[in-house]
Write a protein that binds this ligand. Structure first.
Ligand code: PLP
Length: 457
């Protein structure tokens, strides 16, 4: 087999800035050892997130010029609506400025005190939006997904038995809907199988509960189904996406992921009564239902992006280039979540720094070292993001896993950039005995990882 190459050529380039180690040392200190607080132009290779960092295609840029900025009934909305409907099959399509705005709306309408939402793993904004209404969020990931070292095809699957038990214990009347996140971002970008979606759907049917997809990476998930799940190898990615959504009653989507744009999202639904309530709230918080916090040009770019993201040459390159980085790290002994997920490589900080306990945030220490070593910005997904203090006992409750995410922006970096990233990670791993844990010196009451300040111990 020949090398899988980038299925595009580059028309416009953006310079990246080189800094010295001394400069980065000062920058890191000034940022309170939180990569989120580093200025973007002080970063050489930015793997903080794959969200809103995609390179748009020439056709998307053409769509930007073609956007219809009518306040109501913009033609760009109708193109957007058709593109979303083609994939989801859902009836009511509500544009939002990003994924969390869709979450805010649907959880405001359906949530509140005494309500419970199960998910394979809630993404941080999803959990925050649920908890903000007074409801509770529960992660029911299958056991295998909790073990970074175990290789399996569908580590994002929900534990279906646990779901049924959960519904019986909490009462179906207290569960507005069940959610599945595809791919499972916080659990390592691992895919969910079609069989699992079907199994969850049949439990939902039994208890008359709607099923929602957190669909941010639906196309990457569909491609994994195509290459890993029996019976799907000859189906098109679009057909697989359509089947995935056919088991769902609604979806929240961050178009900043698998719609290949820099801003945008949507909420899609089949229930008219809920859709009407959501649209009414949308008008208060986002905008008129045919733009929902976006410009007409943004809607055009999303519509075009949704067509491009299901192209198989794109997905083959996308999934392969992520795996390529993962394989290089594994070959050099660096522990990662295996097999590599769709949008990111997750370094297993517990095994990388076994002597740094969870309450000293090993993932944060590694993320800082990658910046110091090579100007790479990565994101801790561990106890900084998910650790908490038990209200009753004041005990520190660590996150399920201590990870450092190297998220790969879509269509942005070339193979030599990725080779460089691997070299920096390898160098950092060689020097790991010198790394120290971190202490938090400031934190916000919610989503603290974005703004927390640290001090090396
Ligand atoms: C990014 C993301 C969200 C939130 O979307 P934003 O556009 O960042 O608001 C929700 N769920 C998952 C799984 C995500 O990856």
């Amino acid at each position: 087999m020949k090398t899988i190459i980038e299925p595009f050529k580059i028309k416009s380039v953006e310079p990246i800035k080189f800094t010295t180690r001394e400069e980065r040392k000062a920058i890191l200190k000034k940022a309170g050892y939180n990569p989120f607080m580093i200025h973007g132009d002080d970063v050489l290779i930015d793997l903080l997130t794959d969200s809103g960092t995609s390179a748009m295609s020439s056709r998307q840029w053409a769509g930007i010029m073609d956007g219809d900025e009518s306040y109501a009934g913009s033609k760009s909305y109708f193109r957007f609506e058709a593109a979303v409907k083609k994939i989801t099959g859902h009836e009511f399509i509500i544009p939002t400025h990003q994924g969390r705005a869709a979450e805010k709306i649907i959880f405001s309408i359906t949530g509140g005190e005494g309500k419970f939402y199960p998910n394979n793993t809630h993404f941080d904004t999803t959990r925050a939006n649920i908890e903000f209404t007074g409801a509770e969020a529960f992660d029911l990931l299958n056991e295998i997904g909790k073990h970074p070292e175990i290789k399996a095809d569908f580590k994002g699957n929900m534990d279906v038995e646990a779901l049924e038990k959960f519904i019986k214990e909490r009462g179906k009347e207290n569960i507005p809907f069940v959610m599945i996140t595809v791919t499972n971002n916080s659990g390592g970008g691992q895919p969910v199988s079609m069989q699992n979606i079907k199994d969850v759907k049949s439990v939902c049917k039994k208890y008359d509960l709607p099923l929602f997809l957190d669909a941010c990476r639906f196309a990457e998930n569909a491609y994994f189904i195509k290459i890993r799940e029996k019976g799907y190898e000859n189906k098109s990615v679009l057909e697989i996406c359509q089947e995935m959504f056919s088991y769902s009653d609604g979806a929240t989507m961050s178009a900043k992921k698998d719609a290949l744009v820099n801003i945008g999202g949507f909420l899609s639904l089949n229930n008219e009564e809920i859709a009407t309530k959501c649209r009414n709230l949308l008008i208060v918080t986002e905008g008129f239902p045919t733009y929902g916090g976006l410009a007409g040009r943004d809607l055009e770019a999303v519509a075009q992006g949704l067509e491009e993201v299901v192209e198989e040459s794109y997905l083959q390159y996308r999934i392969r280039s992520t795996a390529y980085l993962g394989e290089k790290l594994v070959a050099n002994g660096i522990p990662i979540i295996e097999p590599p997920g769709g949008h990111a490589i997750y370094i297993d900080a517990k095994r990388f720094l076994p002597d740094v306990p969870a309450h000293q945030y090993p993932g944060q220490a590694i993320a800082c070292d990658l910046y110091l070593e090579g100007g790479i910005r990565a994101c801790e997904i561990g106890s900084v993001m998910f650790g908490r203090i038990d209200k009753l006992t004041s005990d520190f409750i660590p996150a399920m896993m201590e990870l450092v995410r190297l998220a790969i922006p879509r269509r942005v970096y070339t193979q030599s950039h990725i080779d460089y990233v691997a070299e920096v990670c390898i160098e950092s791993f060689k020097n790991r005995s010198k790394m120290k844990g971190m202490e938090i010196t400031y934190e916000a009451p919610m989503l603290r990882h974005f703004t927390a300040q640290f001090k090396p111990l």
